[in-house]
Design a protein around this ligand. Structure first.
Ligand SMILES: [Fe+2]
Length: 245
């Protein structure tokens, strides 16, 4: 499958979480992605215990619905379903879910995007590692969204530990466009320089945020080189397309 850039993290499905509120907002975000060389985007709404309406069935339907609007607007972007699980909130409930009800990239049952929130790794280690072990045990590759935004992940030992457990890391492009004295920016730069990231996503929520997300890609190229940005926005994301349904 040929592709340009593939966005691996977006909240563009309208009205399902704290992302785009309606179809016009979603289409404005899609137009910005197309302008910046994207040909595909995974729709990754939050999957939280408080957002039970976001599940495999509803996300698949909402993605197809938004694709119809994108096609009608003649915007050349292919949408794929996915989701962003808050893994600490999902644990241990997720252990009772049938495998085909765990939200994965393309609903392909191969790669699962998750986040969690904790200030210190020691505070969440047991639950988090149990949940990651459950995903791995189901044959899923866990991918942590935006470690640079998570207090617990500013500890290099926590990054090393999750890497040992087989977790891959996804950078939010806009974090590089934050002021240089912000810890989010500094952590993103450090992890990018260390080669820790497998993917760059936009984590798009609304049209107003698109400019800083795209500026972040240029900053990533300045730091790590255009080949690295190609690998993180095109080559590695292409692996997520395999088996997408
Ligand atoms: Fe997100």
């Amino acid at each position: 499958m040929s592709s340009g850039r593939i966005d691996v993290h977006s909240h563009i499905l309208p009205g399902v979480d704290d992302g785009c509120a309606d179809v016009p907002q979603a289409l404005a975000c899609v137009a910005a992605l197309v302008e910046n060389g994207y040909t595909h985007a995974f729709c990754t709404p939050h999957v939280w215990p408080t957002l039970l309406k976001n599940n495999v069935t509803t996300i698949r339907a909402a993605t197809a619905d938004l694709q119809r609007h994108v096609d009608a607007a003649q915007l050349p972007l292919s949408l794929l379903p996915g989701g962003e699980m808050n893994l600490l909130d999902a644990w241990p409930g997720i252990s009772a879910l049938p495998d085909d009800q765990i939200v994965t990239y393309g609903l392909a049952g191969k790669h699962a995007l998750f986040d969690f929130w904790a200030d210190a790794y020691a505070d969440c280690r047991m639950e988090l590692e149990a949940a990651i072990g459950h995903l791995s045990g189901r044959g899923l590759k866990p991918i942590l969204a935006h470690p640079e935004r998570i207090g617990a992940m500013r500890d290099p030992g926590a990054i090393e530990r999750l890497a040992e457990l087989g977790v891959l890391f996804q950078l939010n492009s806009y974090c590089l466009a934050e002021p240089a004295d912000e810890r989010i920016h500094q952590t993103a730069v450090r992890l990018l320089r260390e080669g820790r990231y497998f993917l760059i996503g936009t984590d798009t929520h609304r049209p107003a945020g698109m400019a800083s997300r795209m500026r972040g890609l240029q900053i990533a190229a300045d730091i790590a080189g255009p080949e690295a940005v190609q690998r993180l926005t095109v080559d590695n994301p292409r692996m997520l397309l395999a088996g997408a349904k």
